[in-house]
Design a protein around this ligand. Sequence first.
Ligand code: 5AD
Ligand code: SF4
Length: 469
Amino acid sequence: MSKLVSPEELLRQTEYMKKCEDILKKTFVNRQPICYVHSYGCQGNVADGEKIKGMLAEMGYGLSNSAEGADVVIFNTCAIRENAQDRVYGNLGMLIHYKKKNPAMIIGLCGCMVQQDHVARRLKEVFPGVNLVFGTHVIHQLPEFMYNILSNSSKIYNITESNGVIAEGLPIVRESNFKASVPISYGCNNFCTYCIVPYVKGRERSRSFDSIYSEVKELVSNGYKEIMLLGQNVNSYGSDLDSGVNFSYLLSKINEIDADFRIRFMTSHPKDATKELIDTIARCDKVCKHLHLPVQCGSNKILKAMNRKYTVSQYLKIIDYAKNKIPNISFTSDIIVGFPGETYSDFKETLKLVEQVKYSSLFMFIFSPRRGTKAELMSDSIPKEEKSRWLSELINCQNEISAKVHESYVGRTERVLFDGVGRTNDNMLTGRTDTNLVVDCEKFNLKIGEFADIKITKAHRMALVGELV
Ligand code: 5AD
Ligand code: SF4
């Protein structure tokens, strides 16, 4: 059962924001203090980063999109693979360099990477320039931490685990004014043997139906066009609540909100992807016809070692059910190559599965041992170079499939939400179909943040080209 951070505690933090504002007004007489918040990793982290920005903005900080010259820099870190952590250490080196020019700069690190004891310890020992280290369970206490730093220059290291609390009602500065992420649950109970998430984010806890529903309602009444419902496993939403709600019910109710918007969600764990879920996607007109269903591997032996709790045939069954129910549905997935004990013949089974499903795109990773997970201790005899060759083989295989999936769209008319300027050409806008494929289109008569019906005229391997109907 999730516990809410008490209203008294939230009020106490609001008071700290006010106290910080008072100090900052006295310290920065001629200019507004500036902060820079950077979130690494998943969309859940980006959503946390929006709350961190929200709290700093309440204290009076202006938001910058560069660390250079900022008075406060917060890195909201990721621990999912070693390279995510290496990137943080690399960028921290650059921050320390900025701090030499501006010794008053406050450097804070939070998120999954610092929730690990060994990382928090290393930061304390090796990076004395870091003022603030706070874990994933105490984000709502940022105002108090900032007050202590601003008022008596203390250093703070707080990675306390809360046994699962949810802080509702924190201020949020959103990255976009037409696409919003709405967390529906935090943490994870699945303990896939390779994964650090359950250790750094804690046990799964669902937000109440009412909090999610009213947040979405407010967003769409403010003109938001795309709502992304987020959880490590959205399919188990509600299993810890006594209200009897599940994810399909949540989707159906949000779908009933009267406004022009689309609903996305991630991530669905295949073991909990039910026919009810597929039927709900099929029935709800606002729910996008795209399913991100991470399979991780196509070998039953490795799936078992990963503790994924489904077999290849169970996975394919739900995929087939979805293909039959929703003819134009697109699938994406995550795949780990080179899990301990995986042989080339196991890997070939992954290739076979990928060819069978025909994903529109894939996120592919080489296994990265994470400290404290079961897989870290499993014997792993395949050299890195060999795993890289397997990865290239998978990428090549998927490239061909992606190209074919994209080609199949030529001639179709798709509703596209435009979300940015073209990556290579300023005269183009780029957006996504309901099925989550990228579409580039001439800017003329189109607007970022709006839907348009686009006739697909050409397909590249990873993107479509179209024109306004
Ligand atoms: N090594 C490689 N990839 C990983 N993922 C999670 N943990 C690891 C790891 N230790 C991948 C999985 C997951 C995605 C978010 O990251 O594919 O679905
Ligand atoms: Fe990690 Fe598995 Fe939980 Fe996903 S479901 S966050 S891979 S433990």
